[in-house]
Design a protein around this ligand. Structure first.
Ligand SMILES: Nc1ncnc2c1ncn2[C@@H]1O[C@H](COP(=O)(O)OP(=O)(O)O)[C@@H](O)[C@H]1O
Ligand SMILES: [Mg+2]
Length: 255
């Protein structure tokens, strides 16, 4: 029944000791949707991502990928189902080139197989396919010229791009991007959103993107926006609906 729903989060709750970081969050992501997740600092956005991607166990609530309960799965198992993510603080291997960074699975997403392939390179599956996927990812993000730069030479914005490129590796069905344009200059930030929109349209994958700037996300052509506040979903709607919602204006835009 719910196999055509990429991600379903239902009554998600996450406590750290006495602190309720996520109180009650429910939403769904459909195939081919580009969705923004927005809310003030500390309202529980990254914690929600950490529960979805398996880094944290939720206190209660359900998380499903294509109708399958993933709440007890490890990060690498969730990744195999097609969910890949980036982190708020980009973590690249600084002494490796961009293309090498793309070929290494992100930290926390090693599976026993990818570890094996690090130590026994000859066992690596489809080495050529992965290399060509890596160049494709850079093409899709319009930065093929960066392939052989060292990660340590990149600007903050370029590092974010490489991080997104890495999330495109391995046939993702859903990209979970945690503030990929925070601290990125306006024109590059817009370019990143434009490229993501095009990737969604061309491939039919889904993107859920955390952003803290309401004014910015309202103008980036996302399909829907989930507005969070203090661990709860305040509203879900199109950019136009969000812009005109009195509660949102008071809680968020009115600040
Ligand atoms: N691992 C953790 N241990 C304890 N508290 C945490 C942890 N991660 C997040 N928090 C707290 O949970 C709340 C929500 O944090 P977070 O999800 O990072 O918010 P956001 O991403 O919306 O800025 C904050 O009060 C934060 O300090
Ligand atoms: Mg965060």
């Amino acid at each position: 029944m719910s196999e055509d729903i990429v991600l379903r989060v239902n009554n998600l709750k996450k406590e750290f000791g006495g602190l309720v970081a996520v109180k009650d969050v429910s939403f769904e992501i459909k195939p081919g949707e580009f969705v923004g997740l927005i809310g003030p600092n500390g309202c529980g956005k990254s914690t929600t991502f950490n529960c979805i991607s398996g880094l944290l166990n939720q206190t209660s609530g359900e998380i499903e990928a294509f109708g399958t309960d993933i709440s007890q799965m490890r990060p690498d198992q969730i990744q195999k189902l097609g969910f890949t993510r980036t982190f708020q603080h980009t973590r690249l291997w600084r002494q490796m080139t961009v293309i090498e960074n793309l070929l290494i699975p992100p930290r926390n997403q090693y599976s026993p197989n990818s570890l094996k392939s690090l130590f026994f390179p000859q066992s690596r599956p489809n080495e050529k396919t992965r290399l060509s996927n890596a160049y494709d990812a850079l093409d899709q993000l319009e930065v093929p010229h960066m392939a052989h730069n060292l990660a340590s030479e990149l600007s903050g914005g370029q590092s974010k791009l490489v991080d997104i490129g890495r999330s495109l590796m391995g046939d993702p069905q859903l990209l979970l991007l945690d503030e990929p344009v925070a601290g990125v200059a306006g024109p590059l930030a817009m370019k990143i959103f434009n490229n993501l929109r095009r990737i969604v349209n061309e491939t039919g994958i889904s993107v859920l993107i955390i952003e803290h700037n309401m004014d910015f996300i309202l103008r980036q052509g996302v399909d829907r926006i989930i507005v969070m506040n203090e661990g709860e979903v305040l509203m879900i709607g199109t950019p136009d609906e969000v812009k005109n919602n009195r509660e949102v204006i008071e809680a968020y835009l009115g600040e």
